[in-house]
Design a protein around this ligand. Sequence first.
Ligand SMILES: Cc1cc2nc3c(=O)[nH]c(=O)nc-3n(C[C@H](O)[C@H](O)[C@H](O)COP(=O)(O)OP(=O)(O)OC[C@H]3O[C@@H](n4cnc5c(N)ncnc54)[C@H](O)[C@@H]3O)c2cc1C
Length: 274
Amino acid sequence: MKPTLAGYARASTIAEATAWLAEADGDAKVIAGGQSLMAAINMGLGGDTRLIDINGIEALKGIRLEGDRLVIGALTRHAELGRHPLIAEHAPLLTRAVPLIAHEAIRTRGTIGGSLSHADPAAELPACVLALDALIRISGPGGEREVAADDFFEDVYVTDLAQDEIVTAISLPLAAAKEAQLIRELSRRAGDFALAGIALVRRPSGHRVAFFGTGPRPMLGRSVMAALDAGDLAAALAAVPEDIDPQSDPHASAAYRRHLASVLLRRCLEDLAA
Ligand SMILES: Cc1cc2nc3c(=O)[nH]c(=O)nc-3n(C[C@H](O)[C@H](O)[C@H](O)COP(=O)(O)OP(=O)(O)OC[C@H]3O[C@@H](n4cnc5c(N)ncnc54)[C@H](O)[C@@H]3O)c2cc1C
């Protein structure tokens, strides 16, 4: 039996959505693509949830350049992200990540704002925005703020968002000339969440490496990054276990995930060398 919902409302502005969230005092949830939220509600995890649909808010849509930043609206679907020329030119990591996410039907509805807010530790886009050093734009009744991706993801499905706030956009630095952006993961079947994965960016200013599926949240590989910046590839590979915190579950043991993370980093380094 499907659970019933306590209500549904379609917001047409950001202010309307956040005012309704504040009014609901924790009893309402924003719905974007619905690809994670509806599954949770159908499993009975939503309680007596009221849904606030943000799909009609024009200000959350679109991909554009703002000075030296690329800005991606929170309602951008995974599929649009994967085929957009500005993304391919300025943040090719996201273009490469999209085909790894779920299946085409899910990519057609799922949004980047939903993926970041849901904060599944094995999801690709949270790790990508961390590797790209993105800022997450957030709106609430108190106004707007920007949070570094590194401070946004806190724990399994937990972010820095307050219950009356929504993600409005993601702002990224533009890829520099000759910048390398790579993603690698291993999943049991195409479309499954990754058992472990890595997003790696090599900029003139240094490396940024984010691991996913190997801890409670996407994690920056700080020791790995320092070793790569020093040009010591062996030290970078040896540092992987320091930077991640994998758990065992029915899909894979922590030891196997640790091994996979090292193998995936080695393959990325081989790609960079090639
Ligand atoms: C079978 C299956 C396989 C999948 N495989 C993968 C995979 O391999 N990799 C992967 O990354 N994902 C995967 N997903 C998840 C998919 O990518 C989702 O689309 C995504 O995680 C959530 O996006 P959404 O727009 O559908 O969010 P929704 O389901 O609408 O919302 C998810 C959560 O985020 C909140 N939310 C949504 N938008 C906002 C916003 N703008 N501001 C604040 N809160 C917001 C909602 O309240 C809810 O709590 C899979 C999903 C399914 C069903």
